[in-house]
Design a protein around this ligand. Structure first.
Ligand code: UDX
Length: 455
């Protein structure tokens, strides 16, 4: 090991392998940058689908592997079962990944593989090639605990409850923070989700360690619970985007023109609406969002990702005369520079699907949330935001204009919203402390660097 002038050390190469979706690529490439600044050489193996833009990372080596994802990619627009796509990738990438990784090992010593925890097949490959594997879990600790507790196989029917069922509003005995109406959202396919979760958690346990994009002050007690069943080293050095922004790994061009529009809005006046890179909403839901935003008469910035409304290209389903009615009060864009929008003084609340990156980004900027989770980890994140950390309002009963308007008022105009803002600002402060010298994330990063160096 050699010491550089800037206090970092040069080490061997680390190979990283992200799941090919925006919410997974962002934290993996942020982690790659973090490790690079600590002296590691970086190789990123990636699927053909959603290939990262190499030109933003001239300091990394990229290797593309065959994934056969094009055979099912069209189904993304219609199939709400996320586990189907991830389980498919876990089969379709095995041979090409193994060939690529063993080719790399033939040429150069590699300290370890860091694979997305969702790429559970990589543990067996790493074992076969005698290479230490660490798992990057890009979502919350809470989501992993909830996944581990839920009866995906034993009580599949509970994932199909409807409003008419008496248990719908009740707490789930296996994880009483969650209601049945939350877990119904997690998956449409309990068997497939159960397979994904079981494989992912088993292979996290079999790994040399788990890297979490979270921080101790937020989820430290959950880490203690998790570690009882998963006694492998865990590193909580997040939020990663505070070290490096996500803009360079954005797969869609961010519309930066809205930043100057935001400059003209009063402080904390604007509702920012975005449901991430993979969630879909129905045309009816889309129209309810539009009516609520028009009725509430507050400035809004609404990200409508092309294809988010099933069956629509973009904003064709807007109510008639919507754009004339809102005028300069609102902006609709296809994709935003989200972190900058959240950091902007004009942004007053974030109506989000509670993807983990979005949730962390909101916490880091002290912006209270309105929670509309769609699937997988999002309902868990939303429950923690609303019921545990009390930094947002959960729109529990879906998209309906009266309920939406009332949630917006609670966050933007009521005392309750002010209290949420105080609590989330307190968390924002804790983030900054945890990343500073001697802070928990800072220390965890140092331990991770030492740990990888020890392989
Ligand atoms: C997915 C899952 O849905 C999520 O629940 C899981 O935690 C990670 O994988 P996604 O739905 O895309 O992710 O949500 P999220 O985790 O919030 O990630 C979205 C990323 O895209 C964020 O980093 C956000 O800053 C970025 N983004 C989003 C933009 O850059 N512009 C936008 O307009 C919207």
């Amino acid at each position: 090991m050699e010491n550089c002038g800037n206090g970092t050390r040069t080490h061997r190469r680390v190979v990283l392998f992200p799941l090919p979706f925006q919410g997974h690529i962002n934290p993996m490439l942020q982690l790659a940058n973090i490790l690079h600044t600590h002296g590691f050489k970086i190789t990123v193996i990636h699927a053909e689908y959603n290939s990262p833009n190499y030109s933003n990372y001239p300091h990394f080596t990229f290797k593309s592997i065959k994934d056969n994802f094009s055979e099912i990619a069209d189904e993304l627009a219609t199939n709400p079962d996320g586990s189907y796509f991830i389980n498919y990738l876990n089969r379709s990438c095995v041979d090409s990944f193994k060939e690529c990784l063993s080719g790399l090992l033939d040429k150069e010593a590699v300290a370890c593989l860091i694979a997305d925890a969702g790429f559970y097949f990589t543990q067996a490959v790493a074992d076969e090639l005698n290479l230490p594997r660490m798992a990057l879990r890009t979502s919350s600790l809470a989501a992993s605990l909830v996944y581990g507790a839920l009866p995906f196989y034993s009580n599949k029917d509970c994932f199909n409850l409807t409003k008419e069922d008496s248990d719908y509003e009740e707490r789930v005995p296996e994880y009483p923070l969650m209601k049945f109406k939350d877990i119904v959202k997690i998956t449409t396919n309990p068997q497939g989700m159960g397979d994904f979760v079981t494989n992912m958690l088993d292979q996290m346990k079999a790994s040399k360690g788990i890297i979490w994009n979270t921080f101790k002050e937020l989820e430290g007690s959950l880490l203690e619970t998790f570690s009882q069943d998963y006694p492998v080293p865990s590193f909580t050095l997040g939020p990663f985007h505070k070290y490096f922004p996500a803009s360079s790994s954005s797969l869609i061009q961010q519309d930066r023109t809205i930043l100057s529009w935001l400059d003209n809005q009063p402080p904390k006046s604007t509702i920012y609406v975005s449901f991430g890179s993979v969630a879909h909403i129905s045309e009816l839901e889309f129209r309810e969002v539009a009516y609520a935003l028009a009725n509430i008469s507050l400035p809004f910035l609404w990200v409508v990702r092309p294809g988010i409304v099933r069956g629509s290209n973009w904003i064709e389903a807007l109510p008639e005369k919507f754009l004339e009615r809102v005028g300069d009060m609102g902006r609709i864009v296809k994709w935003s520079p989200q972190q900058e929008v959240l950091a902007h003084p004009a942004t007053g609340c974030f109506w989000t699907h509670n993807g983990w990156n979005s949730t962390l980004e909101s916490i880091c900027e002290g912006v209270p949330m309105i929670c509309s989770p769609c699937f997988v980890d999002q309902p868990t994140n939303a429950r923690y935001v609303s019921d545990v950390w009390k930094i947002g309002v959960f729109l529990e009963d879906g998209f309906e204009r009266v309920g939406i308007e009332s949630a917006i008022k609670r966050v933007m105009m009521d005392k309750e919203g002010e209290e949420m803002r105080e609590r989330i600002n307190c968390l924002k402060e804790k983030v900054n402390q945890s990343l500073g010298e001697g802070g928990s994330s800072h220390e965890s990063l140092k331990s991770l660097v030492d740990y990888i160096s020890s392989f």
